[in-house]
Structures are given as C-alpha cells and as structure tokens.
Write a protein that binds this ligand. Structure first.
Ligand code: FES
Ligand code: MG
Length: 596
C-alpha cells in the first residue's frame, strides 16, 4: 500500500539490511519492522546505524570458562573491524561450555549448544555472524549450528594459553596434567610438588596449550577454509589475537555483503584438507567425531565423509607437527614456527587447492598470495615431508568382530609401540563405577599384558560419551614402572592424552545388538594396527549366543534411559553413534541417520 512504501522511505532502511530479515512474525512486515525499530531504538541506535550491514557477534564469555576469558576484548576488537568498514556490530549470548565444568560431560551439551547457536542466528536479524569460541566443544558446536543456519558465519577462535613453568621445566594443560598426576599416583612425586605444579598448568587464559581438541579444532577450522590460516594459533593473550579479531570484523562485512554461506564455501575437498591437517598435526581423536557431525550437517556432504575417509587420508599423510601429546612442544611453538600457514605450504602436494575459502579465494590462491620461507627453528616444530615425526596414519580406524562399525586410535600417541600388535586377556569393567571400585584392587587379576576394557561410556551409555577412555593403569602396575597398556572402550579420551588406547567402538555396549557389549574378563583380544584389526577370539555363534543372552536386560535399561524427562531423555532418544558424529538424528542435514 502507499502508506507502507512511505514508511520504507522515511525509515531510510536500505533493502539489504539485516534488520529487515524474517519480518513475518506479525503477518504485517511493515508493522514488524516498525516494532523492531521501536525496540532497537531503545538501545540508542540511529537510522543511519541501522541502515548498515548488521553483524551479530556470539558472546560465549562465562566466569565458568577460563578458555574464553578474553572474549570481551575480542568482541571489542571485532566490533571495531565491523564498524570501521561500514557495518553495525551487535553481540548476543549463547551458552558456553568448559571441559571441566560441564557435568556429565561437555560432549553431552555440544548438540544443545549447536541448537542454541543455529536457532539464535536464525531467529535474530543479521546479515552475518562472528562466532567466538575456543574450548573443545564450542568450535564444533558453532560450526554445526552455523552450517545448519547457513547465514554467512565467521568463526573466531579465542586462542591457546601460554605454557607455564615448574622448576625450569615448561608445563601445559592438559598433557602435563595427566603425566604429573600419573607420576603422583605412581609415588614419583609428592603432594607438595603436585600442588605446586597445579598452579602452573594453566598460567593464562586461553585454550589448552598442547594439540588437544581445542587446538585441533582451531587448526581444522582454518583448514576447512572457514577462517584465515593465522587465526588458528595466535595466543589468547597476544596482541596478534586482537588484530585477528579486528580483521574478522572487517571480513564479516565483506562476507555478509557477498552472502557467502558456509554451505557454499564447504565441499568434500574442504573436508579432505581438514582431515589431512588432522593427521599431520597428530590431532585429537575427538576431532574425528566432531568433523563427522559437522560434515553431516551439510546437505551435499552428509554421508560422504566416513571413518574410512580418515583412514584412507591417514595412510598418505605423515605426522609433521611436533606437539604434545604426540611430540614435545606447545601451541606457542607451533605459532612461532609459522603456524598453519607454514604447515599448509609444507602439505601443499597433499591438499586440494581448489577448495574455496571464506575470503572468496581458493586455498591455492591463498597460499600463492602468502609465501612462506621455512627457517631452521620452524623445521624442528613443523617437520618437512621427508623428515616426519611419524611416517603416516597418526589416527587409524580399526574394525573387527567387536567393532563392526569401527573404532579409532591415535597410534602416534602410543607410549609402547609393541602394543600396536598385541594379544592379551581382557580385564573387563562394566562401567566407570565398576572401574573406580576395582582398578586399584591389589587382587585384580591383571598383568602388563592384559587388555583393559571399559564398557558403557558410549553416546547412549553414559550419556554423552565421556572422556573416560584413558583407563588409568592399575596402581600396582604403575608403581612397578608400567607406563602403557592396551585399553579399549566405546567412549572418548581427551585430545591431550596419550597411550595405546582404542576408542569410539561402535556399536556401543549400551545397545542391545552390540558385540562389544559381550566381552568378558578372560576373553582373548587381539589388536593389529597394521592390519587395522580388532578381534575377539570367539566364534560368530558364541558372539550371537552372548548377544541373545543379554538382549532383554540391555533393551530394558535403554528403555528406562529413553523415558527420562527433559534434555537427557531427548539426548538418549536422538543421539546417533560415534561414526556418524554423535549428533542428534533430527539435526543432521536430512534430519535422519545415514547408513554408512
Ligand atoms: Fe578449554 Fe582445554 S579446557 S581447551
Ligand atoms: Mg579436552
């Protein structure tokens, strides 16, 4: 109507601005815009400000989250970038997750955070969105939500913490948390010393300083092409990190103007590049689950990146980055050695250079535009292709009669390589409580050759697939100097942990048809990494017989879990298995499981 047109003219809101998005709530779009302006004007914005591209900034600050302690400064810098380039920046909160303060496990809440992220990006008017995250589950949750919302999104990483120092030796969360705790358990250091170490393990804000899940996801986000390469490694407390934030604000205006969405940027090749980087950095096993969940949010990629993709790429990719837990350095060393730019130049022959990036350039163009000359120090931390830390297959995928849908192992973090081909008698713990009760029992029938098995820590089992897969060594063996054993579970482990540890066994033991669920103490289990094999010495008949024997009981306990109220019930009803990403089936691109 003529009056509506008049209103448009007098508002001076140009037709492309974010404030106009989704104006259907009241049936009358012009009235909705009028109302929106009533309320946003209460915040003091002028028509001029409101006529600019509107960039949302996700604020994941929380006093429970030291990994995100620098978020307020990052928001300020990102806003500066947006506003210097003609946009209007508006920050808003979503939930935030810290590894240590998320019961029963942060993974239980990752899908919730992805829903919060997706729906708030969708619900609120914005032309683009900067997603600030860092701690382990936040970056995958934001990628998942951002891809599903499919507005222009720009991840901004909080950055790693600096290393600490104890009596002249550098320390960093959380590989050294584990090493030192193990040393304390074995009686090698006393309570005073372990307390002094506790003060130094996380000496600044930022994410864990080794190649744990947070660092891995930061590198992978850059490798996917979703953020500039230098965005992965700059320390949380550095001025470089603030400049990256400002630049992300600048980029946001350009990406929003070009309406460059994550579904348009990401291709199968972007994921191949991300998996190549995952293998080359000796990245966290958790990233396998996260990347599968991220890929399965994309309508054109769902089901096309599988566990097999990770193993295939691993076979041709050497481990080049010498960081804990596979090597000996910290994220600051990787950054100082040239970080992701240096690594991508080194990996160039293995990468898909046509993959698109958020800049609008292909990866090949990005590398051509930013040459890197390796220097001696950089080659200690980022090895060359012909002098790797580990020849290939840092992460491997195993299969066998107790893991028909796969299992994952970080072979490069094994402390006793002899265990990579090993047969032993199983010592089985039915769940984490059973393990806690018996693991240090002096009468536990266990030797260094035993295979420790922990059940009921899969996506449904615990629920949320806790990081309990790093089964502690029985105290009596640890105090004899045993440092590694073959350990199996359907759960995860922290990316900062090491050992010969098989994880993510699928189908998980909490499911009625799970062959892993039938393993008993005294069974013989064989692992052969070279053959990618995980095998229980039992006939198919025997396995079927044992599955039938426990089916009713397991189905009943599944039923009880599913009938719980609230998020917990929703979680158990909807979560898919590790090889699909442990996402909710209704959140994947097709809104259903994929059969792999
Ligand atoms: Fe946040 Fe390790 S606890 S990254
Ligand atoms: Mg972690």
């Amino acid at each position: 109507t003529p009056q509506d047109e008049d209103y448009d003219l007098t508002t001076q809101i140009n037709t492309n601005t974010g404030l106009r998005q989704g104006l259907t709530s009241y049936g009358d779009a012009h009235f909705s815009l009028f109302l929106r302006k009533v309320f946003i004007k209460a915040l003091g914005y002028t028509d001029d400000a409101l006529s600019r591209p509107l960039i949302g900034i996700i604020n994941t600050y929380s006093s429970y989250n030291p990994c995100h302690a620098n978020v307020p400064q990052l928001i300020e810098a990102a806003k500066r970038g947006v506003q210097l380039h003609g946009g209007l920046a508006v920050d808003f909160p979503t939930i935030t997750l810290h590894e240590s303060f998320a019961y029963p496990t942060s993974m239980f809440l990752r899908n919730l955070m992805s829903m919060d992220t997706e729906e708030m990006i969708r619900a609120q008017p914005m032309d683009g969105c900067i997603m600030i995250g860092g701690c382990d589950k936040t970056v995958p949750a934001q990628l998942m939500g951002g891809i599903s919302a499919n507005k222009p999104v720009l991840p901004l990483i909080t950055g790693p913490m600096m290393p600490g120092n104890h009596r002249g030796e550098r320390l960093g969360a959380c590989t050294d948390c584990r090493n030192n705790w193990a040393a304390y358990r074995a009686g090698q250091i006393d309570v005073e010393e372990v307390s002094a170490i506790n003060e130094e393990l996380a000496p600044t804000s930022g994410t864990c300083g080794v190649m744990g899940t947070a660092s891995t996801m930061a590198c992978i986000t850059a490798a996917l092409g979703m953020m500039p390469l230098k965005g992965a490694t700059a320390p949380a407390v550095s001025s470089t990190r603030l400049r990256i934030a400002e630049e992300t604000g600048t980029n946001a205006v350009a990406v929003a103007k070009a309406s460059r969405t994550p579904q348009e940027i990401l291709s199968k090749e972007s994921f191949f590049n991300a998996i190549t980087v995952l293998q080359a950095i000796g990245g966290s096993t958790n990233a396998v689950v996260h990347l599968l969940a991220v890929a399965n949010r994309h309508p054109k990629i769902q089901g096309r990146i599988t566990l097999q993709t990770f193993d295939d790429i691993g076979r041709k990719t050497p481990l080049l980055v010498d960081l804990k837990p596979s090597g000996s350095n910290y994220m600051t060393d990787f950054h100082n050695a040239g970080g992701m730019l240096a690594l991508m130049h080194t990996l160039r022959p293995l990468l898909y250079l046509n993959a698109m990036t958020i800049s609008g350039k292909t990866l090949g163009q990005v590398l051509d535009d930013s040459p890197f000359r390796p220097f001696a120090y950089s080659r200690e931390v980022i090895r060359s292709l012909d002098n790797p830390l580990y020849p290939c297959s840092s992460l491997v995928v195993l299969r066998g009669n107790i893991a028909p849908n796969g299992a994952v192992m970080k072979a490069s973090a094994s402390k006793d390589r002899a265990l990579l081909k090993h047969s032993g008698l199983a010592v089985v713990f039915e769940n984490t409580a059973d393990m806690a009760n018996r693991i240090d029992d002096p009468d536990l029938p266990v030797t260094k050759d035993s295979v420790l098995v922990l059940k009921s820590i899969g996506p449904v089992g615990n629920p949320g697939m806790p990081e309990a897969g790093l089964i502690p060594l029985p105290r009596k063996l640890a105090s004899q100097g045993v440092t590694d054993m073959l350990r199996l579970s359907d759960g995860r482990m922290s990316g900062t942990a090491g050992g010969t540890i098989i994880l993510h066994i699928s189908p998980e033991s909490a499911l009625p048809e799970s062959p892993f669920g039938i393993v008993r103490t005294g069974d013989v289990i064989t692992c052969d990494v070279e053959q990618r094999r995980l095998h229980l010495e039992a006939s198919d008949n025997e396995i079927r017989r044992r599955i039938a024997e426990r089916r009713v009981e397991v189905a009943q306990s599944m039923g009880e879990k599913k009938s719980q109220r609230g998020y917990r019930g929703l979680y158990v009803k909807s979560v898919n298995q590790a090889e699909e990403g442990a996402d909710f089936d209704f959140l994947t691109a097709s809104g259903a499981g994929v059969s792999i």
